[in-house]
Design a protein around this ligand. Structure first.
Ligand code: UGA
Length: 435
């Protein structure tokens, strides 16, 4: 696939930056990626992928080999070569929930001080509404050479675990611009992807990102709220979701009840939008509710288990799945974390299985937990099992196997991995969400 070649610089090879850079190189652009993390750049220059993401490693190797993508710590060089500079650096959460723009602003000043020809700066990082305007002002204030630097917003909608396919099959590409020239450049950059392009003003583009993530978070919290009510009145959330999904106005995705949403986006972006509204003296009641429902939902299973079991002290408990969702090794804001903390505080003897997330969970809990990459070892002789991630291998385990391996077959399933009815057949005590 060869598109109209452009020279593109990506600043920040985190999750979004790396996937974007590799994808742009795959469609025929020449991509220069820059990051201050020397170790990461060294690793990338040996063609090793620093993150766990389906298909990314292969595309990375291929495009390094055909010299379509390069990695360096030298900002100046990369800025000089680029027609477009895409900023994809992190905007972490401040203590008050607002987005931290410190790193972003320092990159912007570097651009203003070093760029020697006209360039389009594209904000791909998730940033508060109004940031593009502020970035433009910051650039103009710090400009060293007689050049024209325009700023555009181009939020990202890829999800971890499916990031590469999300990029090539994007439902839409959103570009927020304040000039026809910027629109033209971004259309050219994205032309090879052949996906629908939505053009708006910059503030609306920034809002589309938050509104999309927060709407999805709200959808999940709504289903979790209804699931809790289903349990009380004796309905089944899975059947309810199927029944709802036939209505095209509702759709079939993101209706899965569970132990709440995690990851580096929904928790951060719901809080950031709520904070932004607050800052403008407006209360976003729906988003506030989504956050509150999610916080409570994360502890739902362990609270239920406390009612059923009473005490966890010295009990061997198996935890299956720690990542915030399958397909990633990321445990940021994963519901498993507060649950593990609670169980440890209550004296449980935890044996943890996850196909790829163990390294990260060990970093957090050290030798307080025992980890294994063999699921059966975690379950053997356990008195209780908690499931926090619906990895395929976990969903394939049968109640018969649980019965054979466990000391007492009691399962608390936070992701509704199994058919509830068959638990009775095998005499397994099985608790799930909303049914
Ligand atoms: C999310 C969005 O889906 C992306 O569109 C967006 O680009 C990205 O954030 C971002 O802002 O960078 P991601 O956090 O990778 O992507 O993962 P999701 O698949 O959206 O899942 C988020 C959480 O919601 C997971 O913990 C998952 O288990 C939970 N979830 C999802 C449910 O509990 N129920 C569902 O029906 C769907």
């Amino acid at each position: 696939m060869v598109g109209k070649n452009m020279n593109i610089c990506i600043v920040g090879v985190g999750y979004v930056g790396l996937v974007t850079g590799v994808s742009l190189s795959e469609v025929g652009h020449k991509v220069y990626c820059v990051d201050t993390d020397e170790n990461k750049i060294k690793l990338l220059n040996t063609s090793e992928c620093p993150i766990y993401e389906k298909d990314l490693g292969l595309l990375l190797k291929k495009n390094i080999k055909r010299k379509m993508i390069e990695f360096s710590t030298n900002h100046k060089n990369c800025f000089e070569l680029a027609e477009v500079i895409v900023i994809a650096i992190g905007t972490p959460e401040n203590c008050d929930g607002s987005a931290n723009l410190e790193f972003l602003n320092s990159v912007v000043v570097q651009i203003a001080e070093n760029v020697k020809k006209d360039v389009l700066v594209v904000l791909k990082s998730t940033v508060p509404v109004g940031t593009s305007d502020n970035v433009e002002k910051l650039i103009n204030k710090n400009l060293k050479y007689n050049v024209k630097i325009e700023v555009a917003s181009n939020p990202e909608f890829l999800a971890q675990g499916t990031a590469v396919s999300d990029t090539f099959n994007a439902a839409r590409i959103v570009i927020g611009v304040n000039s026809v020239g910027s629109e033209k450049i971004l259309r050219k950059m994205y032309e090879p992807f052949n996906r629908p392009i939505v053009v708006t003003d910059r503030k609306s583009a920034e809002m589309i990102k938050y509104a999309s993530n927060d709407f999805l978070a709200l959808k999940i919290s709504f289903m979790n709220d209804i699931a809790n009510l289903c349990e009380i009145v004796g309905a089944n959330i899975e059947d309810v979701a199927v029944g709802m999904s036939y209505d095209e106005r509702i759709g079939s995705k993101f209706l899965k009840a569970g132990v709440g949403y995690g990851g580096s986006c929904f928790p951060k972006d719901t809080k950031a939008l709520r904070w932004l509204a607050c800052d403008h003296n407006y209360e976003l009641k729906t988003v506030k509710a989504a956050i509150e429902v999610n916080e409570k939902q994360k502890m739902k299973l362990v609270m239920k288990a406390t009612e059923v079991i009473g005490c966890f002290r010295n009990k061997k408990i198996a935890i299956l799945g720690v990542t915030y969702k399958p397909g990633t090794d990321d445990i940021r804001e994963a519901p498993s974390i507060p649950n593990i903390t609670y169980l440890l505080e209550n004296g449980a003897n935890l044996h943890i299985y996850d196909p790829v997330g163990l390294e990260n969970i060990i970093k957090l809990f050290g030798d307080k937990i025992k980890c294994t990459n063999i699921m059966e070892h975690a379950i053997k002789d356990a008195e209780l099992v908690f499931i926090f991630t619906e990895w395929e291998e976990i969903t394939k385990l049968s109640f018969e196997q649980y019965k054979k391996l466990m000391k007492t077959p009691i399962i608390f399933d936070g992701r509704n991995c199994y058919n509830k009815e068959s638990a009775d057949q095998f005499n397994v005590q099985y608790y799930s969400i909303g049914r």
